[in-house]
Ligand binder design. Structure first.
Ligand SMILES: Cc1cc2nc3c(=O)[nH]c(=O)nc-3n(C[C@H](O)[C@H](O)[C@H](O)COP(=O)(O)OP(=O)(O)OC[C@H]3O[C@@H](n4cnc5c(N)ncnc54)[C@H](O)[C@@H]3O)c2cc1C
Length: 328
């Protein structure tokens, strides 16, 4: 028997959800438009819950209907396959679930509750204006707070887990759960969020710092990024994780791959761990280039680079929140 994981979501299921979650259900939505590398197909079913209560009911209902779930944040670290996502519901919290609560301040500590869908740029601006320091290292990193937790986004020697106090998640039954940072098995570019959990919010611990000092630090980081990384062109950030004790960019450059092209995708000459795209590029261009670079680095250094980017699509099942076992 085929499971829902193996067949496209039916029109009937989309109709049912549309009836029950009016205005929050969309069909055939371009994912290229919602990712920073700007390639890939469409989401057959794209859901934008209005608030956390709706999200809980929605996840519960999707489980009843045996529809797998795929969360999308700011789309800054993902590459969507050209065939898109037809067998899972793509859920975005970026559109409606993006509040930042007024922080509580005591003992020189600032605690702030943030929704998963908040853009990092808005969060940084909020904190800079009010003088809450600690997030400056995120300057120039695109995406959402939820995505930053999942990827444990980091730069300049710091990572998101350094400022995290707790994470609130929702499981496939619609139950909310709170996780202290210590309960998460986080590491380099790994937030340690347990499988089957969608991040809905987080609590951060920051400290009072003058807005001027924060602004100065952010400007410095912004300048370093613009010097070292391709700026203003579509990419998904670092393609590969840095291997222990080395840099993927250095290895790729030393292997002679800078400037390599496949179709309309190119290994950046400015930072070889970035792949940039031109209008008309496809995910197939990007994946073919990744394969060539990986092979060249393997031949040159007997080292297999691990991808940092997350591939999304029907054929990449590991990123799905609700697994087949849970649906059977
Ligand atoms: C120009 C550029 C520079 C970058 N520089 C850096 C850098 O210096 N350091 C760094 O670490 N990263 C960097 N990145 C990568 C990216 O910005 C970060 O990984 C960011 O945290 C991704 O967040 P997002 O919301 O876009 O997540 P997405 O890309 O949308 O998703 C990433 C993964 O998280 C999952 N996910 C998203 N939201 C949720 C949720 N609410 N619950 C459960 N799972 C979820 C998705 O399914 C996917 O598997 C860069 C990217 C670009 C384009």
């Amino acid at each position: 028997m085929l499971t829902n994981r193996q067949i496209p979501i039916s029109e009937e299921i989309i109709r049912i959800l549309d009836r029950e979650f009016n205005g929050q259900v969309r069909k055939n939505v371009s994912l290229a438009d919602r990712t920073t590398i700007r390639v890939g197909g469409t989401a057959r079913l794209y859901l934008v819950p209005m608030d956390v209560g709706v999200l809980q009911r929605l996840l519960h209902r999707l489980r009843d209907l045996a529809v797998p779930v795929l969360p999308l944040g700011g789309g800054a670290n993902v590459v969507v396959a050209d065939s898109g996502v037809t067998r899972a519901a793509v859920i975005s919290l970026v559109e409606h679930i993006h509040d930042i609560d007024e922080p509580t301040i005591s003992n020189n500590r600032v605690k702030v509750d943030v929704d998963s869908g908040v853009r990092l740029s808005s969060l940084l601006q909020f904190c800079q204006e009010r003088g809450y320091g600690g997030l400056e290292f995120l300057t120039g990193i695109p995406g959402s707070a939820g995505g930053a937790v999942v990827m444990n986004a980091g730069a300049f020697g710091r990572e998101f887990s350094d400022v995290l106090l707790k994470v609130i998640t929702c499981d496939g039954q619609g139950n909310l759960q709170s996780w202290a940072r210590e309960q998460l098995n986080s590491g380099y570019r790994r937030g340690g969020i347990p499988l089957g959990q969608l991040v809905v919010g987080l609590e951060l611990q920051l400290k009072p710092v003058s807005p001027e000092k924060i602004e100065k630090q952010m400007t410095e980081y912004r300048q370093i990024r613009r010097q070292k990384q391709p700026y203003g062109v579509p990419s998904a950030g670092s393609v590969f994780k840095n291997p222990p004790g080395d840099y993927a960019g250095r290895l790729i450059e030393a292997a002679g791959c800078s400037g390599w092209r496949c179709g309309r995708a190119q290994v950046s000459r400015k930072h070889a761990n970035f792949i940039t795209t031109e209008p008309g590029a496809t995910a197939a261009d990007v994946f073919a280039l990744i394969a060539r670079v990986k092979e060249q680095v393997r031949e040159s250094f007997s080292l297999v680079l691990e991808e940092e980017i997350i591939r999304l699509g029907d054929e990449y099942l590991s990123a799905w929140v609700v697994g087949e076992e849970e649906l059977l």
